[in-house]
Structures are given as structure tokens and as C-alpha cells.
Design a protein around this ligand. Sequence first.
Ligand code: AMP
Length: 297
Amino acid sequence: MIVVESFADVRAASSGRVGLAPTMGYLHNGHLSLFRAARADCDTVVASIFVNPLQFGPTDDLGRYPRDLDRDAVLAEQAGVDVLFVPSVEEMYPEPPRLELRIADLTDHFEGAHRPGHFEGVAIVVAKLLAGCQPGRAYFGRKDAQQLSVIRRMVADLSFPVEIVPVPTVRESDGLALSSRNTFLSDDDRMAALTLSGGLLAAADAVDAGERDGAVLEALVADRIGSEDGARLEYASLADAATVQPLVELTVDAFLAVAARVGETRLIDNVAFSVGDDSVTVDRGVILEGPSVLEGS
Ligand code: AMP
């Protein structure tokens, strides 16, 4: 594995089918599963680590976002990454971009409503990574369900010649979705955080048992989080996966998304549903059997 800091060096080190997995670093098993998916079907695996200031709001956690490049380099190499791209802010933004990328409608609700400007910042950096690294495939986690929908739409609208590959959410053995921000959680926070995945997995079981009413599914999540003093719900909503609009009944492919604050930390999670002719398939993600690379760090 080589570590490079410029787009030109990424392209010089790439050949054959190139797979790109963009991240903000402080790697965990969710990121590693993107890298392994890319390793399985690409000749060159590029992973980027860039904490993108444009996607953080003024009260967000940009300043305290966890960073450890030496640790990340070891994990990335073990997961089969060929090129680790760690651009500086100056490489990514030699000048503040004048281009604005707003993905209408898909960003009206959920993360788009709670984090003004967030998806505009995500869209700019992902567009730059796709243009500069020129991957044939780019890998994104289902953990960020709205982000996946937004990026798919941007890639379609701009005719980027790249295939977007979704990767299932990786969870700790107790269900908690892996996130670099989990490193901020105290032991008590960690217990409170389990209400997000606990509520979602209960709603997933309800769907398996035949429930289709969005309000009922949302209440299963909201009530679970409401029962825990240490967690504050921001939203729990069933959303159409294509349009990212709220959904009253589970009649099309959808995700049930939640955001909550636990202590100072804002967490998001979701479970996804594929609607067939006479059945619904539930995607809860992948549960790790042993401890993740974040445990103890
Ligand atoms: P981040 O570093 O949080 O910006 O995430 C980088 C990429 O990893 C995004 O495509 C995320 O959706 C994905 N990702 C983050 N957490 C997980 C997880 N627990 N499981 C699968 N993918 C994830």
C-alpha cells in the first residue's frame, strides 16, 4: 500500500478497474467492509481519508472528530487497500468552491433538515473525489442511507461514469452500528446508544411479522429511545428509498431512519426494506461475532 496526497498521484498509482471508498478516517469494521468489497471486484483499491470541513455545520464536531493516520494506515493495508489517499484541505480546496451542488427534494427531510448545508458539502467532496480519482466503482455504506440516495441521484444527474456500490451496515455484536463517533461514548452513553439499534431491530421484527404502518414502526423506535434518559430523539421516520420523502405505509423500497443525541454525540442508524410482490425483505446489516477494531480504542 502506498500513501499519497494528490489526485495526480492517485491516478498514477491506479490501473485496471479502480474501486474507491471515501471515508473520514478513524477506521472501523464498517469502513473495512467497503475496502474488502472493493478488493473483491477491483484491480486497484483506493481508500480516501478526508475530514471534509464543508459538510460540518458551525455547531458540529469538526474540531473533535477523531483522527489517527498511523492506526488507519495499518487497518487499511490489512483490508487490501492499494492506495491510501490523504489529501490536505489545500489539495482538496485550493480555493473555496464557487460551485454549489444542491440535490433538490432528496435533502428536504431527515439529515438534510437537521444539518443544513451538510449534503451540499458531501456532494462537492464526493464529486471531486469521483472526478479526481476516476474510479469505475465507488463504495458507500447503507449506514448513511440518505447519503447513499443523494449520491446515487447526483451521479445519475451528472452522468458520472461510475457504478455506486452499496455495502450493508456493520454492527457490534450487541447491535450498535459502527461509527467513528462511537469513540466519544462513555460507558453510560454506550448503553443509551443501544436504544437506536434496539428500536430499529424491534421494528424490523415487526415488519417480518407483517406490520406495514409507518407510524407504528416509527413509534417502536421513538418509544424505545424515549424510555432512556441518556438519549434524545431527533427523528424516527420511514422514508421512500428513491425519493427520500416520508412514507406512510411500507409499500415501496424504504428505510426506517433514526437520529438521536447521546451525551454530546449525535448518532444515526437505519434498517432497510425491499418490497417484493408478496413479501418484504429486511436488511438489518451485518452483526460482528467478536469485538470491532473500535472496542478498547
Ligand atoms: P464516514 O467515515 O463516517 O464518512 O463513512 C465513510 C463511509 O463508510 C460511508 O460510505 C459510510 O456510509 C460508511 N460506513 C460508516 N459506518 C458504517 C457501518 N457501520 N457499516 C457500513 N458502512 C459504514
